[in-house]
Design a protein around this ligand. Sequence first.
Ligand code: 4NP
Length: 150
Amino acid sequence: MKRVLMVCLGNICRSPLAEGILRSKIDTNEVLVESAGTGGWHIGELPDQRSIEVAQIHQIDISYQRCRKFTYADFENYDLIYVMDSSNLKDVLRLARNKQDEQKVHLILNEMDPNQNMDVPDPYYGGDSGFENVFQMLDEACEVISYKLK
Ligand code: 4NP
């Protein structure tokens, strides 16, 4: 079974959406998809209500998710680690123990625009429209990831 981890800062806005979107595109018997945050402010909490709502609009339920913090042990428990922005990338790579760990980590938008190193903008402090924008970006990236996982 392939194991994929989606990572953002808070694990309440972007990575819960990425988890839910990718799960909707793959066979969950064959691919494990989970998410975590590099920051620990919201551990145990549900995703942000605005993420729950935008997912719901697109027929995806993410309300089962609970926030947890990324740890170095995740390098052993997952094959692919997708981060949302360059700041997440730096924070995750800081915990890598070797080259093999480092090679598991990818900027998620490089899946649709290779080598462009684009960030998924953090919608936490913005309005609701930011969440739909983030949803569309992640939907395109997860479409590509889902084909790679087949
Ligand atoms: P996320 O957004 O990284 O997409 O989950 C954030 C959510 C909360 C915070 C930062 C980013 N925070 O500082 O509490």
